[in-house]
Design a protein around this ligand. Structure first.
Ligand SMILES: Cc1cc2nc3c(=O)[nH]c(=O)nc-3n(C[C@H](O)[C@H](O)[C@H](O)COP(=O)(O)O)c2cc1C
Length: 334
């Protein structure tokens, strides 16, 4: 099950309801938790949970034990949104990023949608603090009973902002060449590996995804370099996002990624049962993660096995709210 923010932690503390929701989906085998902020600075959305206080860690313990009771595994997705935030989340202070480069978008705050602002460029010593926050969060995920951690390096959040040259125009140790732009995410990966060992660490990447204003002048070069470095570290899981159906003018990167990376390669984005079986049979990936399909089908593997019909999620209850459109989707025959 792919990571999905559902914004049901009003106090930013995981709830009993979240434990129920995740345990209903334990048959996924491996669940990636929703994006979970490593620090207050990492916040960019309402009602998303964190893993940086004792109360949050204790509350996550209830989630992980319920998933384990049902025979599932769960990784914690470690998240820092960087510039995809708003002063409303930071007592009026600017969000942080590799460079002071804005993107056109909106932040969804308690006061409603607000235009994004130009972020403040991080000082080098602050970058070290963020790496340390990820390390602490990786340790806290262990205390909370998770089975591993995933660095959220996809979808235009802070690690991707460092990696891609559209958002990183630094000319110090963290910007300029591809080696320097990749340094931040590799330091986060090393921090997680120091806690978990390489097998229990996943890195999520989404090359060529313009979401959150992202762009890179040479995405293939950038990402294949990074993946080579992840392979050198014997990273356990590469959670690679590339749409199952690419536009005609784009060639898939997945075959190249498969050649470079020998760990567990999980592919995601727009897959269904048929296309998932095809990509695995072609030897291009070891597993497929499903996001949207798990929202309204808590027993998705059973439905796939039985070729049963699939329910569609209610878009109005994706983010925020309570039971409705979250933990009330029935199982087959339920
Ligand atoms: C409601 C919702 C919330 C999401 N939140 C996250 C998130 O917190 N972290 C993340 O990496 N991806 C997130 N995604 C992206 C999904 O993990 C997945 O990549 C995307 O839905 C495409 O896969 P699918 O076609 O199987 O749904 C989210 C997607 C949805 C629909």
């Amino acid at each position: 099950m792919a990571p999905m923010t559902r914004s049901r932690a009003p106090e930013r503390i995981p709830t009993e309801l979240m434990a129920e929701y995740y345990s209903q989906r334990a048959s996924a085998g491996l669940i990636f938790s929703e994006g979970t902020q490593v620090s207050p600075q990492g916040i960019g959305y309402v009602f998303t949970p964190g893993i940086h206080t004792e109360i949050q860690i204790a509350a996550w313990q209830k989630v992980t034990s319920k998933v384990h009771e049902k025979g599932g595994l769960i990784f914690c997705q470690l998240w820092h949104v960087g510039r995809v935030s708003h002063p409303a989340f930071h007592n009026g202070e600017l969000p942080v990023a590799p460079s002071a480069i804005a993107f056109q978008g909106q932040a969804f705050t308690l006061q409603g949608p607000k235009d994004t602002v130009t972020p403040r460029a991080l000082r080098i010593e602050e970058i070290k603090t963020i790496v340390d926050d990820f390390k602490k969060a990786a340790q806290s995920a262990k205390t909370a009973g998770f089975d591993g951690v995933e660095i959220h390096g996809a979808n235009g959040y802070l690690p991707a902002q460092f990696l891609e040259d559209g958002s990183n125009q630094r000319n110090d140790a963290y910007g300029g060449t591809v080696e320097k732009r990749a340094r931040f995410i590799l330091e986060l990966t090393d921090a997680a590996i120091a806690v978990w060992g390489p097998e229990r660490v996943s890195v999520r990447l989404s090359p060529r995804n313009p979401y959150n204003g992202m762009s890179d002048s040479e995405p293939e070069k950038t990402y294949l370099y990074l993946i080579k470095k992840l392979q050198e570290r014997k990273l356990g899981i590469l959670h690679f996002m590339e749409p199952a159906e690419l536009p005609n003018n784009k060639e898939a990167m997945l075959p190249e990624v498969r050649k470079l990376y020998s760990g567990l390669l999980i592919i995601n984005s727009g897959y269904n049962k048929q296309s998932a079986e095809a990509v695995i049979q072609a030897g291009l990936a070891d597993a497929v993660s499903f996001g949207s399909l798990f929202i309204a089908n808590p027993d998705l593997p059973e439905r796939f096995a039985k070729d049963a019909s699939l329910a569609s999620p209610d878009k109005a209850t994706l983010y925020g709210g309570g039971v409705k459109g979250y933990s009330d989707y029935p199982k087959l025959g339920g």
